[in-house]
Design a protein around this ligand. Structure first.
Ligand SMILES: Cc1ncc(C[n+]2csc(CCOP(=O)(O)OP(=O)(O)O)c2C)c(N)n1
Length: 690
């Protein structure tokens, strides 16, 4: 006999009418909502309702009255298209999601969009829909839980100890990101991660046999997971037993493969792709309700007894949280400083002095690569910010992202902070999203800028969810040299800049790199991508040039005309700022008044008030040149119709970087030539106007 979370005995014999009623309530809410919206995915909730009912009412430690209770179990619906399953559970268990919201499924301004969005309905732990992402998010949540437990718990004082559960689907398991994340989760022995696999063998085009025939269970065994297989998704006790065993398995993440039937209960659509992504249709809804013994009218029925059972969780949840509060108070007494750290980490506030050791880099004409400066800054921050953690996709020696004097985050060393994601950029993106969603840690992930493409779907979701994650993208241009065009990002800056809510920062020297990190950590508005060089850049003399903290405004006047009206404005980012400065000197020698604007971040500059933007780039000065070793797209916004862009219109090449800068026109002389022409044109226009 298994005693469930409410202390009531749970046995197969007790899979009684009330259990069935609860399960069918979930099914029919999904059927009705999809039918009313005339779009959505009814089949998945119909098939997974039993496992979801059981998990939520017997295992999941949550408090619907406080969706943010820090030590709650996390639940991820990775197959986000089955969103009505989650919305039904949230409403039924007492989250602040009124039935009206379910009736407004997929409608404008509702909290129940087609796919769950973390910032709308309370209790939605992550935005899912792009298959596989939720799988990786859950791995990230389980990682954060293990780290925080190791960092904060003390003997006799456990304040972090929860599971991460998920429901994953065929589509999730097909997507590459889940393979990557599963492999890492197995390696890390994340025993508190438990996924229920909705093995319904149907996807959009029909049977999964069309394209997905490997032995999934064996694959997960090979990854180092604890795998159980159940052949009937309606057998509650079998599922309960499997979840219980999964919880007892401390050394491996668990996959419970549960054979289900998409569209369960629908006489004509069960086990077919027709149940996957469209309403059942009026006739089939009627037949399904009749088949399951459900009243045809009204729609959105929630039987009182069923609601009462679901709502028991409110009482139980309060009890769990109260117990945790008692534990926390005792922890607070025993470890007041740690308790303060915990509260601060959870709130996202930074400890005072977190940035006190960030170095001021001395003037240096030889200088250093911004990736190297970034490494120094990471190491200046890490000792003062113990919940700052991350790593790279097998490129740490190149991305300079290792924290010195700290060990690797690995099984049985969960208190350590150097993460090794392996060559798995996509999972890295999804995992750090999950870590940020969990809360309590500030994660970073690193790779070469060119491989940001491999993690773009996760970056997009980080931006959508406004997550505080930091990307360290090094080797940010043709300046990486001999590795050649495969490794030289050309379109990547432009393409990252198209993602709403992502802030891209490309500092020009070591001190700007420090400022970029400062901004990234203090920022509260979504992910930050740092684009950093492989090659050395001079560390600028800030007594000659404007201070590096101008970077926080996105663009600033680095070097100016001494009060004269500029003849030309040269705008550049990152390594090209130095080309701009050299060109400006040459132009000044020819008598031109030149302003150099360092534009490290479009997004930050665009947020500035008009007055500031017009001061940096006065509208009347039309002779403007932008220099960046990437595609010119977008730069015309800053240089205007009459301006010029020195950019890359083709892929790069394999050669020493100085040769590449020369060949592709990133030289002071080339910029001077262009500027002289522009100034000439502007002057002749001015004299015509006179
Ligand atoms: C990355 C990604 N590719 C494609 C889709 C479109 N899509 C939504 S559901 C689905 C089929 C998923 O099948 P399965 O996971 O088995 O879900 P079920 O049929 O059981 O509802 C696809 C291809 C998506 N949501 N995400």
């Amino acid at each position: 006999m298994f005693v469930n979370a409410f202390g009531r005995p749970f046995m197969l014999e007790r899979q009684d009418a009330l259990d069935q009623l609860c399960i069918n309530t979930i099914r029919m809410l999904a059927v009705d909502a999809v039918q009313k919206a005339n779009s959505g995915h009814p089949g998945m909730p119909m098939g997974t309702a039993p496992m979801a009912y059981l998990l939520w009412t017997c295992f999941l430690r949550i408090n619907p009255a406080n969706p943010k209770w820090p030590d709650r179990d996390r639940f991820v619906l990775s197959a986000g298209h089955g969103s009505m399953l989650l919305y039904s559970l949230l409403h039924l268990t007492g989250y602040d999601l009124p039935l009206e919201e379910l009736k407004n499924f997929r409608q404008w301004d509702s909290k129940t969009p087609g796919h769950p969005e973390s910032y709308l309905a309370p209790g939605v732990e992550t935005t899912t829909g792009p298959l596989g992402q939720g799988f990786a998010n859950g791995v990230g949540m389980a990682i954060a839980e293990r780290f925080l437990a190791a960092h904060f718990n003390r003997p006799g004082h456990t304040i972090v100890d929860h599971y991460t559960y998920g429901i994953v689907s065929d589509g999730d398991l097909m997507e590459g990101i889940s393979h990557e994340a599963a492999s890492l989760a197995g390696h890390l022995k994340l025993g508190k991660l438990i996924y229920l696999y909705d093995d319904n063998r149907i996807s959009i085009e029909g049977s999964t046999d069309l394209a997905f025939t490997e032995d999934r269970a064996a694959r997960f065994v090979a990854y180092g997971w604890h795998v159980q297989q159940l052949d009937d998704g309606n057998e509650l006790e079998a599922i309960a037993g499997a979840i219980r065993r999964a919880r007892e398995e401390a050394g491996r993440p668990s996959l419970i493969v549960i054979r289900t039937h998409i569209g369960y209960g629908s006489p004509n659509k069960q086990d077919t792709a027709a149940a996957h992504g469209e309403p059942l249709g009026v006739d089939e809804v009627k037949l399904t309700k009749e088949n399951l013994g459900w009243p045809l009218e009204p729609t959105f029925i929630i039987p009182e007894e069923a609601l009462a059972r679901f709502r028991q969780i409110l009482q139980q949840g309060k009890k769990w949280e109260d117990e945790w509060n008692v534990r926390f108070r005792s922890y607070e007494k025993a470890y007041p400083e740690l308790a303060e750290d915990w509260k601060r980490a959870l709130s996202g506030e930074l400890p005072s002095g977190w940035d006190k050791d960030i170095p001021a880099f001395p003037v240096d004409t030889k200088g250093m690569a911004t990736r190297v400066a970034s490494g120094a800054v990471i190491n200046a921050i890490a000792p003062n910010l113990p919940t700052f953690m991350g790593g790279s996709a097998d490129l740490a020696p190149s991305t300079k992202t290792l924290i010195n004097g700290v060990d690797d985050f690995k099984a049985d060393h969960y208190d350590q902070r150097n993460m090794h994601f392996g060559v798995r950029e996509h999972a890295m993106g999804g995992i750090i999203n999950g870590m940020a969603l969990h809360g309590g840690v500030i994660p970073y992930g690193a790779t070469f800028l060119t491989f940001s493409d491999y993690m773009r779907p996760a970056i997009r979701l980080a931006a959508m969810m406004s997550l505080k994650v930091i990307y360290v993208f090094t080797h940010d241009s043709i300046g990486l040299g001999e590795d050649g065009p495969t490794h030289q990002p050309i379109e990547h800056l432009a393409s990252l800049r198209t993602i709403p809510g992502l802030t891209v920062i490309r500092p020009a020297d070591a001190n700007e790199t420090a400022e970029a990190w400062r901004y990234a950590l203090e920022g509260k508005s979504g992910p930050i991508a740092l684009a950093l060089t492989r090659q050395n850049l001079p560390t600028l003399d800030r007594s000659t040039y404007a201070p590096a903290d101008g970077l926080s405004r996105g663009a600033y006047i680095l070097s100016d005309t001494g009060g004269k009206r500029p003849d030309v404005i040269v705008i550049a980012s990152g390594s090209e700022v130095h080309v701009a400065l050299e060109a400006a000197e040459k132009l000044r020698q020819k008598g031109s008044a030149v302003r150099v604007v360092n534009m490290a971040s479009w997004e930050l500059f665009d947020k500035q008030p008009d007055a500031y933007r017009n001061k940096v780039l006065p509208p009347e000065i039309t002779a403007r040149i932008a220099i960046e070793t990437g595609v010119p797209q977008g730069w015309h916004r800053y240089v205007g119709d009459r301006g010029e862009v020195v950019g890359m219109n083709r892929f790069g090449a394999s050669a020493p970087y100085k040769v590449l800068f020369e060949k592709f026109g990133f030289t002071a002389d080339h910029v001077v030539k262009k500027a002289v022409k522009l100034v000439g044109k502007a002057k002749s226009r001015l004299s015509k106007d006179d």
